[in-house]
Ligand binder design. Structure first.
Ligand code: GMT
Length: 381
């Protein structure tokens, strides 16, 4: 098949899913083009064979911001005219689904081959951005007009149908995120000190300062019961709440206990020695970074939000607590930092879970089947 993929060039989340999907499809002998306004980091370090198109708009005094999306649409249309595409797969509703639909219409008007539009919803494109009154009508259109829509969890599918009427002809299919089990695997021995790790873009929704506070409380609980409180929290990533997280670490005298690493590429090497991976988010449609940690054999300490319980089985591959329960979260963290045998057993269960449900090859096949159904006209309006 000839497949075009549109995505945000993000360090995590949808940018990673789109990049890994592009690589896997190319490995399965499809012709794959990926379009973005910058180089997605996961693709930058991959050797061929995906053709990456970085399309950036040119500044012009009438534009209040540079319209990269128009440049991406132009590039896709041009490629469709010269080489042809069967499927255009947009990751994140805005703006990519709208851009893909625009290209589909332009292709019809120009008498080019028809192409099918698949939109994958990732989370905040529905829960935060898409629900914002300034974008909701366009999000509704993007969902209803796509040839097929997928959501990364059942929770997200449900929220989408609750909030937006108008369903595409193929319905909304849940196709979960996936992980490369060979790249993300247990390897390194456990750290000498009990260790928790967190990876994110440090946006407000991730609550990293809250997590640092929970870690401080966990250390207090460990000290109070005479357990080893010489534990470490490793924070990977960068974003708006980095400064606030540092402030909490300083106020709680966590020097020597909290390490800020900034952006890092070698994630399996950081994830597999840890006793726990922490997710303190208020919203999480799936939790890809938690899945990557699980594949590395690391248990998850998280909040019971969105699609996270579909990924982490509470009490088996990790421990989940209600979103406002700071003490409960700290208690879970303290328990796995104290009982490293228990955390290792949960880590082993986490790896099993990743292998069963979220294996890259299994999930990529689901996308291929969906593309085929569309091309065969099974979902025609
Ligand atoms: O909202 C974000 O954090 C960005 C978004 C993305 O585009 O990276 O993340 C969402 O998509 C990921 C990939 O499907 C999911 O693993 C995340 O859970 C989801 N984030 C939220 O729902 C907050």
């Amino acid at each position: 098949m000839r497949i075009g993929i549109l995505c945000h060039p993000t360090y995590g989340g949808s940018g990673v899913v789109a990049s890994e999907l592009a690589l896997s499809l190319a490995e399965n002998d499809h012709r794959v083009h990926l379009f973005s306004h910058d180089m997605p980091p996961r693709l930058a370090r991959a050797p061929g064979p995906v053709e990456v198109h970085v399309a950036q708009g040119s500044p012009y005094p009438l534009f209040h911001s540079t319209p990269h999306d128009l440049a991406i649409m132009s590039r896709v249309l041009d490629l469709h005219r010269s080489e042809g595409l069967d499927v255009l797969h947009a990751h994140y509703a805005l703006p990519h689904a709208v851009s893909a639909l625009q290209v589909r219409s332009a292709a019809v008007e120009a008498g080019l081959e028809p192409l099918k539009v698949v939109t994958t919803l990732h989370g905040t494109d529905i829960t935060l951005v898409g629900n914002d009154p300034s974008y909701a009508p366009l999000t509704r259109y993007a969902i209803a007009a796509s040839d097929a829509v997928t959501a990364v969890s059942e929770d997200l599918r449900q929220r989408t149908t609750d909030n937006f009427d108008g369903v595409p002809p193929c319905g909304i299919e849940v196709i979960p995120n996936f992980v490369d089990l060979e790249e993300f695997c247990p390897g390194a021995p456990r750290s000498a000190r009990p260790t928790a790790v967190h990876v994110s873009n440090f946006r407000k929704v991730k609550r990293v300062p809250w997590l640092v506070e929970a870690f401080a409380m966990a250390l207090e609980q460990l000290a109070a019961r005479g357990a080893n409180a010489d534990a470490e929290l490793i924070l990977v990533g960068d974003g708006p709440q980095l400064g606030e997280a540092r402030r909490v670490a300083q106020q709680r005298n966590l020097e020597g206990h909290v390490k800020f690493l900034g952006l890092r590429d070698a994630l399996p090497d950081l994830l597999s020695p840890a006793d726990a991976f922490c997710v303190a988010s208020t919203e999480e449609s799936f939790g890809l970074s938690a899945l990557e940690a699980m594949a590395c054999g690391t248990a998850v300490i998280g909040t019971c939000v969105g699609g996270l319980p579909e990924v982490v089985e509470d009490g088996v591959s990790g421990l989940l607590s209600p979103v406002e329960d700071l003490e409960g979260f700290a208690g879970h963290l303290a328990s796995v930092l104290e009982d490293r045998e228990r955390s290792a057993a949960m880590g082993a269960a986490a790896r099993e879970r990743a292998m069963g449900m979220f294996d890259r090859r299994r999930v990529v096949r689901l996308y291929e089947q969906l593309y085929r159904r569309l091309i065969n006209g099974d979902c025609d309006r």
